[in-house]
Design a protein around this ligand. Structure first.
Ligand code: FAD
Length: 395
């Protein structure tokens, strides 16, 4: 595994660093103070698109016969990880609010037909304005147990009719389209799953509500309903043939194997931010003379850097077309825990200053908890890993 970064990625990291200090962190602090997401018509998003952000990883070209993505540069998972970590360092909420196809991109890339990629990812190659995509699996009654989703899909002539409720979907109300997972028959469990691209303005896509959150307030997590929402058959991701091969749930899981290291590495970014802010505070208050404080800070740094390597390994395997289920779960189990430890240590070092609620570390402490929850909780990752260790079949 090559740990070096190519020149283009290094340059993009420098750009994010500059943007982070001047805009990303201030916007994140503002959204946290106001308790609401940065609005979609904010000039920041327009500026990002002009600066080349908000693009898809899909190049518009047919994949290599091997199906492999490049190991470096645009299109490589590890490059995406480095950029995501840096953005999360400045503010993870703002990072998720960035325009782009978001978590809807992996299922379209891995399962979509070429026509669907062109229709839904094509506008993100050179976007004319800030555009968002979204991903909706979670329901009020189905989170960890994704097999238990109840949103229903019924074929009716040349279209599908969707009914149900979704919750916590990132950027859903501002998205051009949402990848919505529904079931043709709940008794089939995962085999009944189908993924649809539901486009903004389709009749029956209603009741958008931005959820209240303890942290990460700069981006919207949104619930919505599907009420007899009619979706054309050509919006079924991969087409019916894809599901005839029982590939629906595998497609969802492949998406998660790609996105778990990405979410995990964002926790690394938050952890680094908490560590840096704690170090600054400890230095300003002459706390670094105390060997116990130094030891605890160093221990946290060690865990954060180890977690980053685990994320990179999971991404490297994905980039080389190798299975990464275990590594994706390990990265997701370890990185948020390391970042949470960094934030807790920071709060302890700050003492009463942390308790007042207006210090960056206190905000990071609230932001970081969600990282253990999204994309499969840490507890569920531990179950997956234990199962894998003793070779139990999935239930
Ligand atoms: C900030 C935020 C953003 C999100 N963004 C999105 C998004 O963009 N799209 C989307 O679809 N979803 C999103 N989600 C939803 C997220 O994926 C779910 O919250 C997550 O899967 C957990 O589901 P749940 O909240 O229903 O908890 P539950 O599944 O009800 O779990 C509750 C607790 O029980 C534990 N648990 C569950 N099952 C088991 C088991 N079998 N054994 C032992 N313990 C178990 C869990 O670890 C957890 O601690 C988001 C959530 C948050 C908080």
């Amino acid at each position: 595994m090559d740990l070096s970064l190519d020149a283009a990625t290094r340059k993009r990291l420098e750009t994010i660093r500059a943007l982070g200090a001047s805009q990303i962190r201030p916007l994140g602090l503002e959204a946290d103070r106001l308790g609401r997401p940065t609005p979609p018509d904010h000039a920041f998003f327009e500026g990002l698109v002009k600066a080349g952000q908000g693009r898809t990883r899909w190049t518009g070209e047919a994949p290599e016969p091997s199906g492999r993505a490049p190991a470096q540069g645009v299109g490589s998972s590890r490059t995406a990880l480095c950029l995501a970590e840096e953005m999360a360092y400045w503010d993870r909420g703002v990072a998720v609010s960035f325009p782009g196809p978001g978590l809807g991109e992996p299922p379209l890339i891995s399962m979509g037909t070429e026509d669907q990629k062109r229709r839904f990812l094509g506008p993100f190659i050179e976007p004319d304005r800030p555009r968002w995509g979204s991903f909706a699996m979670t329901e009020p009654g189905a989170g960890s147990d994704v097999a238990g989703i109840r949103a229903s899909a019924r074929k009716d002539g040349d279209s599908w009719v969707l009914n149900g409720a979704k919750s916590f979907a990132a950027n859903a109300s501002r998205a051009d389209w949402i990848v919505v997972w529904a079931t043709v028959d709940p008794s089939l469990g995962r085999e009944g799953h189908r993924a649809f691209v539901v486009e903004k303005g389709m009749p029956g896509l209603v009741d958008f509500q931005v959820e209240r959150k303890m942290g990460l307030k700069a981006y919207e997590s949104t619930s919505f309903s599907l009420v007899d929402c009619r979706v054309p058959a050509e919006n079924l991701i991969g087409g019916e043939a894809h599901y005839a091969q029982r590939a629906g749930f595998k497609g969802a899981m492949r998406s998660f194997n790609a996105t778990r290291p990405l979410v995990a590495v964002m926790a690394v970014g938050i952890g680094r931010a908490a560590l840096d802010a704690s170090l600054d505070f400890a230095r300003e208050h002459d706390l670094l003379e105390d060997r116990r404080v130094r030891d605890r800070l160093e221990r946290v740094r060690r865990k954060i850097l180890s977690a980053r390597l685990l994320c990179w390994q999971a991404a490297w395997l994905a980039d080389h077309g190798r299975p990464n289920i275990l590594e994706a779960s390990i990265s997701k189990a370890m990185a948020p825990a390391a970042a949470l430890e960094a934030a807790i240590l920071g709060m302890e070092i700050l003492g009463e200053v942390g308790g007042r609620g207006d210090h960056l570390v206190e905000k990071l402490f609230r932001d970081v908890k969600a990282m253990d929850i999204v994309e499969g909780t840490g507890q569920v990752q531990r179950l997956v890993m234990a199962r894998q260790l003793v070779q139990l079949p999935r239930d």
